[in-house]
Design a protein around this ligand. Sequence first.
Ligand SMILES: Nc1ncnc2c1ncn2[C@@H]1O[C@H](COP(=O)(O)OP(=O)(O)O)[C@@H](O)[C@H]1O
Ligand SMILES: CC(=O)N[C@@H](CCC(=O)OP(=O)(O)O)C(=O)O
Length: 292
Amino acid sequence: MQHLIEKASTLMEALPYIRRFSGKTIVIKYGGHAMAEEKLRKSFALDIILLKYIGINTVVVHGGGPQINETLKRYGIVSEFVKGMRVTDAETMGVVEMVLTGQVNREVVGLINQHGGRAAGLSGKDGSLLLCEKLLQEIRREDGGVEMVDIGFVGDVVEVNPAILQALEKGGFIPVIAPVGVGRDGQSYNINADVVAGKVAAALGAEKLILLTDVSGVKDKQGELLSSIPLADVPELIDNGTVTGGMIPKVTCCTDALAAGVKKAHIVDGRIEHAILLEIFTNVGIGTEIQA
Ligand SMILES: Nc1ncnc2c1ncn2[C@@H]1O[C@H](COP(=O)(O)OP(=O)(O)O)[C@@H](O)[C@H]1O
Ligand SMILES: CC(=O)N[C@@H](CCC(=O)OP(=O)(O)O)C(=O)O
């Protein structure tokens, strides 16, 4: 009986959120680290399917950094990152595209479909979804000057063509996007998956962007969770070294998405079962919200 009362009160709490988000778009970034455990994979798939059932236009963007690292290591290719972006030469690009589109994308689509969903996989090349130019990464030198560094075939998304996503939505499918883009000349580009999620959310006018990761959220220098960060504070958190490495593209893509009209952006602990449902349908929310 207690169990039923708890279930009913959870449902009562969720109802206003179900009404609010039904018919709206939510973009979810599924991080490479959050894919590691069987029970988390299952809870992710069930959450995504439930969102779709209640009428939310659900779009998934997946990462795969750890899986790329593993394959590069097997091939004896050394890889390094500049401000959270993988330096990507032609050989690395071949491995990145193979792992993201040929392996991880298939696994995520399979996972959702195996649990009863209707997912369809694509990359930024399909329907020219993610049109890219070469990204030049801005680096602050020790003398305080700024330098633009060429980090290879890393894409700066200059155009999002969401028609293919709208076609999938019409057919009742859940799009699952691999973060590989295409240049006007057909060149493949490696794009950080958080950046893709932010760009897609902006292009679709999403209600919410959720980035699942392997930590509880953004932490301050003492390691305490920051449950909300005003958008204006983000540059300072990067400049003073509070936010580093893979967290840099996450916070910047949230600020860019909010500036482009996305209503809410969250960085959430993907190691918690049903993290997505907790974030969307409860009053507490979890992780860090970047506030517009
Ligand atoms: N201020 C910060 N708060 C939390 N994590 C941070 C912070 N600065 C850097 N990080 C690092 O960012 C990592 C998350 O980025 P990344 O490894 O790219 O995750 P994912 O694979 O989920 O995309 C964390 O594991 C942590 O090591
Ligand atoms: C340019 C760049 O860094 N691209 C990423 C793409 C995958 C990714 O973003 O995966 P996670 O979200 O799991 O980290 C990479 O090569 O690792």
